[in-house]
Write a protein that binds this ligand. Structure first.
Ligand SMILES: C[S@@+](CC[C@H](N)C(=O)[O-])C[C@H]1O[C@@H](n2cnc3c(N)ncnc32)[C@H](O)[C@@H]1O
Length: 318
């Protein structure tokens, strides 16, 4: 647990960015079995949402930037097994990229990935995956990296859902790329300025919850990790943005995206949702739309809705 505690402290306090912290294959392997698995479930949620939105990667080239053990690439290849012709696993840590290449070869024999240092990674025209790397980038590093990604075809970026991360992902990645002509794919339903950045919504941040596989709760190793590291295994919040440089599709008007999960109060749900017009904290009473109520309460479907709102109440779907 000492290693995991040290790693986690670095991630949480924002000190991990200072220098390469990977201390050998054993440590990468431990990360892969623990933190990387939780990250994988977040990727599953994001990739599932992209599939439900009928989005397909606009390139045959994949770059995993800050790849660590390469979990994002392996999950992405499961989602789109035949999409990518070239794979690049890029990390400032030579040990991490070598580990990631090895794991990829085990999971997908026959697939060849190149291990690259960030400065030799060409992102032009590629789908770039980014995962849990934001807290390790200073403002300056992020600005420089953004210029490396500006000619990419798309970015899929998944992060832990702290308020700071979620808001930085929007203000320092989504907004500058949209200003440069990129399009928002998800979680947004529009390409306008993010309404959550307005002062009146300061207390909110764009985040969502991934499903944790049920067998995890019966697993003694996970239970021990949860106890020792104080990690709540029941909830798995994440934030993400998916952006593409050129888009064949314009977002359709009228769609709202649920943020977080609806809160159940006495006989009604409070639903925080974002759309092109702004952010609303709507009330949904069961009697107004029983089917929708059931669907939102279960939280199993794609959290995109076209609803009618009257006086702060959702009264049904359009
Ligand atoms: C917390 S790990 C996440 C790894 C992997 N993306 C994942 O989601 O499991 C962050 C990774 O980013 C790498 N990293 C940190 N700063 C970097 C930089 N400036 N350039 C490239 N890689 C960097 C670290 O070496 C580490 O492997």
């Amino acid at each position: 647990m000492k290693t995991l505690t040290r790693l986690r402290e670095g991630f949480l306090t924002g000190t991990a960015g200072a220098s390469d912290y990977w201390k050998g294959e054993g440590e990468l392997s431990l990360y892969e079995r623990t933190f990387a698995q939780r990250i994988a479930w977040k990727w599953d949620a994001v990739l599932n949402e992209l599939a439900l939105r009928l989005w397909a990667p606009p390139s045959r080239r994949l770059v995993d930037w800050g790849c660590g053990t390469g979990i994002a690439t392996r999950r992405t290849l499961e989602q789109w097994p035949d999409q990518f012709e070239t794979l690049a696993l890029s990390d400032r840590s030579p040990q991490a990229r070598a580990f990631a290449v090895g794991r990829l070869r085990e999971a997908h024999p026959g697939r060849i990935a190149r291990a690259l240092a960030p400065e030799e990674t060409d992102c032009a025209g590629a789908v770039v995956l980014l995962s849990h790397v934001l807290t390790e980038l200073s403002a300056d590093q992020l600005r420089r990296a953004l210029s490396q990604w500006r000619n990419a075809a798309a970015l899929i970026w998944v992060e832990s859902a702290t308020r700071e991360n979620a808001r930085r992902l929007v203000s320092d990645v989504r907004e500058p790329l949209l200003a440069a002509g990129w399009k928002a794919v998800a979680p947004c339903t529009h390409c306008g300025a993010c309404p959550l950045l307005r002062t009146e919504h300061e207390r909110h941040w764009c985040h969502h919850f991934a499903r944790v596989p049920s067998d995890v709760h019966q697993d003694s190793a996970w239970r021990e990790l949860s106890k020792k590291l104080n990690v709540d295994l029941r909830v798995l919040p994440y934030s993400f943005v998916v952006l593409e440089r050129e888009s064949a599709r314009e977002p359709e008007d009228g769609w709202s995206r649920v943020i977080g999960t609806p809160r159940e109060l006495k006989g009604h749900l409070k639903v925080l949702a974002c759309d092109a017009g702004g952010v609303g904290d709507w009330v949904l009473q069961k009697r107004d739309a029983p089917e929708l109520y059931k669907e939102l309460r279960k939280g199993e479907s794609l959290p995109l809705h076209r609803w009618r709102v009257e006086g702060g109440r959702i009264t049904g779907e359009v």
